[in-house]
Design a protein around this ligand. Structure first.
Ligand code: HEC
Length: 153
């Protein structure tokens, strides 16, 4: 009985060995993930709406969006950084480096990962989002809002 079990174990191990020899295979799915990171537009807007819950304490989007703690985020991509009329940005957002910035999915992904590291002194007190997937989803959600706040799914 024990010998049979042992034999079965040996057989299983022998069968698994060739599979384990293909160890590099599991790394293959990393390629699509990297592509998604390079193309933030590939995100899921519905999931991004849930990610935006973390922003909602300070930011609004949509046709009734107002500046609250932070500026409204309508039409963000293609918008100059620090440019929303009537919002009192911090001095950190008035430096030339920020003033020259036009928001794109790429620089937004860098910023939102660690706002205070990218823009030292910013009033945006937010730890950042580390997940590339969440950033891509958030980007897909935000890009639905045109400058006038109209939403295009
Ligand atoms: C605790 C409040 C707070 C939270 C939470 C917060 N922000 Fe901000 N955000 C701000 C403030 C305040 C500013 C203006 C920064 C300044 O003047 O230094 C800002 C600025 C920004 C800007 C630059 C806007 C512009 O006009 O250039 C973007 C983009 C932004 N936030 C996105 C987000 C997103 C996306 C989230 C959620 C993942 C988020 N913020 C969470 C307060 C917040």
């Amino acid at each position: 009985m024990r010998i049979a079990a042992l034999a079965a174990l040996v057989a299983t191990t022998t069968m698994l060995t060739p599979l384990m020899a293909q160890a590099p295979a599991p790394t293959a799915p990393a390629a699509p993930a990297a592509a998604a990171a390079a193309t933030p537009a590939a995100g899921d807007a519905a999931a991004g709406e849930r990610v935006f819950a973390q922003c909602r304490a300070c930011h609004q989007v949509g046709e009734t969006a107002r500046n609250v703690v932070g500026p409204q985020l309508n039409g963000l991509f293609g918008r100059k950084a620090g440019s929303v009329a009537g919002f009192n940005y911090s001095p950190a957002f008035k430096t030339p480096a920020v003033a020259e910035k036009v928001w794109s999915p790429e620089n937004f992904a860098v910023y939102i990962r660690n706002p205070r590291e990218v823009t030292p002194g910013t009033r945006m007190v937010f730890a950042g989002i580390r997940s590339d997937t969440q950033i891509a989803d958030l980007t897909a959600y935000l890009r639905q809002f045109a400058a006038d706040g109209k939403r295009t799914p």
